[in-house]
Design a protein around this ligand. Structure first.
Ligand code: SF4
Length: 446
């Protein structure tokens, strides 16, 4: 067997069809991109397998939004290399972009490829003979419009992610996304529509618009509203869902369309991050508590039944008891249906990581505050779901487990129905009858 560095490369692997697997950490945008990277490997020389089935090559699309994301990558790589010593691993994406050569020290790493080049992963692998030295490919990300070469069809999922935008110019003080993903840029308008048509023809009837800061989408005169309205004309596209969107970027027309359109889901996930004026300002967010409150109430009034979700960061430097209680009170008061709770952690490139040590919040305090917020979120979810009991809603069915089908309403309520019929990928009316854990049970309407 030939040697490469301190690793042995198996000659048999070099001859036969290679097995490639994918693993995704982090956000919906990363999932969308992994589906596209995977398409690049389609063809005679690679076979796609599950990452637990001993692949020859594992592509890990990484996340660096918190310390936990970084640790998860290290844990995965160490475990896979231990169980499968011949595997070659490519770390791509955000962590690769910001941590660069540091990642080459992990076992079995042959490629570290940043966000600028990760979509070319299949070509990069095909052009590096099996057994070449590890490569670091992390050029600066250019601020320019982009296209995507392959549609991200993913037969395992009913909903498909549709990437329309990347990067961010906001530079919130806790976030290193502008360094990991570059400055804000938008996908070519026609390219978005092409992929949408391809995805619907492949059977994806709900598309989730994804990006880092999708409300900043611009292509000449076209904005997010233009994207939504053009997608609404795509045949066989039943639902368009907007993923997370910054509060200051939501045009009034989005709210009006959401109130009137049959296709645009009544669901807005708008990150608040903190409910204390002082903390919002230290975070360098672009709104005050009052502005956020006004906007959220406007959305609530304009769109009947809208599902409003948010993100909140616990333990930002300087978050004392009073600041946390302000956040808690605001989250209690506003008509949110749920929130996602994140623990603050220092990120190398983010400004808040240089805030003085005295402002840092102890881990056990963060843990207890997070527990209280998650408990509040569960209560609010139940209150929101209760308002739909006894009503009929359209559900797009996704999965079947132990005799129970589940799917989503346009308002992001997961509904379970007992049925022997094959319901996958069907949009059917369901009467919602009772709460069941985090979900709602219902029955098909005849
Ligand atoms: S808006 Fe702020 S938190 Fe969101 S990606 Fe941009 S810098 Fe990060």
């Amino acid at each position: 067997m030939p040697q490469r560095g301190n690793r042995i490369v198996n000659c048999e692997t070099a001859k036969r069809r290679k097995r490639v697997a994918f693993y995704t950490f982090g956000c919906r945008l990363n999932q969308a991109e992994t589906a596209i990277i995977e398409k690049g490997f389609a063809g005679g020389d690679f076979e796609v397998v599950d990452y637990r089935q001993g692949p020859d090559l594992l592509v890990v699309n990484t996340c660096t939004v918190t310390e936990n994301g970084d640790a998860d990558t290290r844990r995965l790589v160490n475990r896979i290399a231990r169980d499968n010593p011949d595997v070659r691993i490519a770390l791509v994406g955000c962590q690769a972009q910001v941590q660069k050569e540091k990642l080459l020290d992990l076992p079995n790493i042959d490629w570290v490829v940043g966000n600028a080049r990760k979509m070319e992963m299949a070509r990069i692998v095909r052009e590096s003979p099996w057994g070449t030295p590890p490569q670091l490919i992390t050029p600066t990300i250019k601020k320019e419009p982009f296209t995507i070469p392959f549609p991200g069809v993913d037969a395992r999922h009913t909903r498909a992610n549709l990437k329309i935008q990347d990067g961010c110019d906001f530079f919130c003080s806790f976030c290193e996304i502008p360094y990991a993903r570059g400055r804000a840029r938008s996908r070519d308008f026609a390219d978005i529509l092409d992929e949408a048509q391809h995805l619907t023809r492949a059977g994806h009837h709900e598309l989730v618009l994804t990006g880092i800061n999708i409300g900043t989408y611009r292509e000449e005169e076209r904005d997010l509203v233009a994207v939504i309205r053009a997608l609404a004309e795509v045949p066989d596209l039943w639902r368009i869902r907007i993923s997370s969107i910054e509060p200051t970027t939501i045009a009034h027309a989005v709210l009006e369309d959401m109130a009137q359109s049959e296709k645009l889901c009544r669901h807005l996930h708008i990150p608040l991050q903190a409910g204390s004026e002082a903390i919002l300002s230290a975070m360098q967010r672009k709104y005050s508590v009052g502005e956020f409150r006004d906007f959220l109430m406007l959305a609530h009034r304009t769109i009947p039944g809208v599902c409003l979700g948010t993100d909140v960061i616990v333990g930002f430097p300087g978050e004392d008891e009073a600041a946390f209680e302000e956040s808690y009170a605001l989250l209690l008061d506003l008509p949110f249906a749920y929130f996602h709770v994140f623990s603050y952690s220092d990120r190398d490139h983010a400004k808040a990581s240089s805030y003085e040590a005295a402002l840092k919040v102890a881990p056990e305090v963060i843990k207890e505050r997070s527990r209280r917020l998650r408990e509040l979120s569960n209560r609010k979810r139940r209150v929101y779901q209760e308002t739909f009991l006894g009503t009929e809603q359209l559900v797009l069915f996704e999965q079947h487990k132990k005799g129970v089908w589940s799917g989503l309403t346009d308002t992001y309520i997961r509904v379970e129905v007992r049925s022997e019929q094959a319901l996958k990928n069907q949009l059917l009316p369901v009467r919602l009858e009772r709460l069941a854990g985090q979900n709602v049970e219902g029955r098909l309407v005849d």
